[in-house]
Design a protein around this ligand. Structure first.
Ligand code: AMP
Length: 504
C-alpha cells in the first residue's frame, strides 16, 4: 500500500473504524475516533484564531494529547515543534527565539517564560476538544510545506530547527511500510521523546497503517523492576529504539522471545548498533527480524537499512548501515567530487526525504544543503563507503557525537560551559569504547574560586550548566588544567585531547 497523504491516511481509520485502538496506556486506551475528533477540534481552533503556516510548539512528554496537537496542527496548515518537558528554560527560550511560534500547546505545565506566543494549557486544550467545534473546510499541510520542525544541537550553542515537509515525511513512511515487514494494525513501542526524530519511526508508520502506540515513559525505564514486569504484558510487536536502550533491556535475562513472545520486528536507528548487542538480541529472539537503519534528522529519520542476520554478523565486525532506500541516492564525496569506488568519504544524501534546511538559519542551511544531480542533497558529516550496494559507516568527520543515541555537537557544550561563571575556557571530548561514546570529558581552565575541593567546583559547574543544556549534554568527568593545548594555527587542539582521553 502506498500512502499518498499522511493526514488522510490517519483520518481514514478514524472514519472507518473509530473504535480501533491508537494509543494504549496502562489504564486507558484511546481510539482513532477520539484522535480524529480531538485533532479536528484543535485544527478548527487554530484555523479560526491563528495565521496559517506559523509554527506551533507542542510541549510535553509521551501523552495522547501530544498526538492530537501534532495532527491538529497539520490539519490546519501549521508545522509543529515538539519540545520535551524537561528541556532547560534557556534552551526553550532559544528555540522560541528562532521559531517565533504563534501558539504553544502545553500538555505539560509551561515554565515561567516570557513569550509573545499564545499559550494553551492542558485544561484549555481539553475545553477546545470537548466543545468539538469543527470547521467544514480545513486547509492541511501539503507537499513541500513544513510538517514538523525538530531542533538539534548546533555548534554555536543555538539549536538548529530541521524543517521536514509533507513530501519528506511521505518518502520516509512509504519506505518503512514497504521494506521492514510491517503489516496493518501492529502494536509499536513508543519510547523515544517526540523531540528526537527517532520517535517518527514509530509514530507515522504506526498511525498510517492502523497500528497503535504503547508509550514507555522515563519513570518506567529507570525503574528496572517495573520495566521488566511490564514489558511482557504490553504485547508490543514492533520495537523502535536506540541500541543504547536495547543494551539496558538485554541486562535482564528474562528479556527473551519466550517471555516477550509478541515481539516480531526490531528497528534500530540513531547510533551505531554494536555487533555484540545484535548478536545477543538474535540469540534471545531467534524468530524476530532485526534491522539496523541509518540517517540524520535532516533526511527524515533514516534512509538506509539492513536486516541483521547471523550471516551478516559473521561477515562484518562493524555492522553495515544498510541499503539505501529506492527513491534516494547516496554519494561518497571527497570534498566537492565523488570519491573513487570503495574509498571512504563523506556520506551525501540526495532525494525526496532531504529537508529544505534549518528554520531561519540561512548560513547553516547553505553550509549543509545543496542541489546535486537535480535532487535536494545534504552533507551528513558522516564518513562511509559503499560496498556492493551496502553502506558502511566509518565515524564522523567533525565534532558531533552520539551519547546514548542523543546527538551532541561538542562545540555546543563548550559554548555553554564557557558561559558558566567558574569557567574561563573549556573543551569537551568523547571517551570511546568500541566506537561508542561512553562519557563526555570536559577539560576546564577554571576561574579563580573559593572551593577547597575539585569535586565541589565540579558540582557547582554542573549545576550552572544544567540551566542551559540538556541533561545528556553534561560532561561526566571534569579535568582541570592551567591552559588548553593549541594547534599550530592557534585553535584548541581537540584532536590531541581526544587522543589523550582515549589513550588508556
Ligand atoms: P540524528 O539526527 O539524531 O538522527 O543523528 C544522526 C546521526 O546519528 C548520523 O549522522 C550518524 O552520525 C548517527 N547514526 C544514525 N544512525 C546510525 C547507525 N545506524 N549507525 C551509526 N551511526 C548512526
Amino acid at each position: 500500500m502506498t500512502i499518498l497523504n499522511i493526514i488522510e491516511a490517519i483520518d481514514r481509520w478514524g472514519m472507518e473504524e473509530p473504535n480501533r485502538p491508537v494509543y494504549i496506556e496502562t489504564n486507558r486506551t484511546y481510539t482513532y475516533g477520539e484522535l480524529k475528533k480531538d485533532s479536528d477540534a484543535i485544527a478548527t481552533y487554530l484555523q479560526e484564531n491563528i495565521e496559517r503556516a506559523r509554527p506551533v510548539v507542542v510541549y510535553g512528554e509521551l501523552e495522547f494529547e501530544m498526538l492530537a496537537c501534532f495532527l491538529g496542527a497539520s490539519k490546519a496548515g501549521h508545522a509543529y515543534i515538539p519540545i520535551e518537558a524537561h528541556t532547560p528554560k534557556e534552551r526553550v527560550e532559544m528555540i522560541l527565539e528562532v521559531a517565533d511560534p504563534a501558539v504553544i500547546f502545553s500538555v505539560k505545565e509551561w515554565p515561567e517564560l516570557e513569550t509573545t506566543a499564545k499559550t494553551v494549557s492542558l485544561e484549555k486544550l481539553h475545553e477546545i476538544c470537548t466543545e468539538a467545534k469543527i470547521a467544514t473546510t480545513l486547509k492541511p499541510v501539503v507537499e513541500s510545506e513544513t510538517y514538523y520542525i525538530i531542533f538539534t544541537s548546533g555548534t554555536t550553542g543555538v539549536p538548529k530547527g530541521v524543517q521536514i515537509s509533507h513530501t519528506n515525511l511521505l518518502s520516509f513512511v512509504n519506505w518503512e511500510l514497504t521494506d521492514f515487514g510491517i503489516t496493518e494494525g501492529m502494536r509499536f513501542l513508543s519510547q523515544a521523546p517526540y523531540s528526537f526524530d527517532l520517535s517518527v519511526m514509530d509514530l507515522y508508520p504506526a498511525l498510517t497503517s492502523g497500528g497503535s502506540l504503547t508509550p514507555m515513559r522515563k519513570d518506567v525505564i529507570t525503574d528496572f523492576k517495573q520495566l521488566f514486569t511490564m514489558l511482557p504484558t504490553l504485547e508490543i510487536e514492533v520495537w523502535v529504539s536506540t541500541p543504547s536502550f536495547m543494551e539496558i533491556c538485554l541486562m535482564e535475562p528474562t528479556f527473551n522471545g519466550e517471555q516477550v513472545e509478541s515481539l516480531k520486528i526490531f528497528l534500530f536507528c540513531g547510533e551505531e548498533l554494536p555487533n555484540a548487542t545484535a548478536k545477543k538480541l538474535l540469540e534471545r529472539f531467534p524468530k524476530a527480524h532485526i534491522f539496523n537503519t541509518y540517517g540524520p534528522t535532516e533526511a527524515t529519520v533514516a534512509i538506509s537499512g539492513v536486516e541483521v542476520t547471523q550471516h551478516l554478523l559473521n561477515e562484518y565486525n562493524r555492522i553495515p548501515i544498510g541499503y539505501v532506500k529506492a527513491d534516494t541516492n547516496v554519494y561518497i564525496m571527497d570534498g566537492d567530487k565523488e570519491a573513487s569506488d570503495g574509498e571512504v568519504g563523506e556520506i551525501v544524501i540526495a532525494g525526496p526525504s532531504v529537508s529544505k534546511g534549518y528554520l531561519n538559519n540561512p548560513e547553516k542551511t547553505e553550509a549543509a544543503f545543496f542541489e546535486y544531480k537535480g535532487q535536494p542533497a545534504y552533507r551528513t558529516g558522516d564518513a562511509g563507503k559503499l560496498k556492493e550496494g551496502l553502506l558502511i559507516y566509518d565515524g564522523r568527520i567533525d565534532f558531533q557525537v552520539k551519547l546514548h543515541g542523543y546527538r551532541i555537537e561538542l562545540e555546543d557544550v563548550d559554548h555553554h560551559l564557557a558561559g558558566v561563571s567558574y569557567v574561563k575556557q573549556a573543551a569537551v571530548v568523547p571517551k570511546y569504547q568500541n566506537h561508542k561514546v561512553q562519557q563526555l570529558v570536559a577539560y576546564v581552565v577554571a576561574e579563580r574560586n573559593e572551593f577547597d575541593k575539585e569535586f565541589k567546583l565540579t558540582k557547582a559547574i554542573k549545576e550552572e550548566l544544567r540551566q542551559t543544556v540538556m541533561d545528556y549534554m553534561i560532561p561526566q568527568k571534569f579535568i582541570y588544567v592551567d591552559q588548553l593545548p593549541l594547534t599550530a594555527n592557534g585553535k584548541i587542539d581537540r584532536k590531541g585531547l581526544i587522543n589523550e582521553v582515549n589513550a588508556t
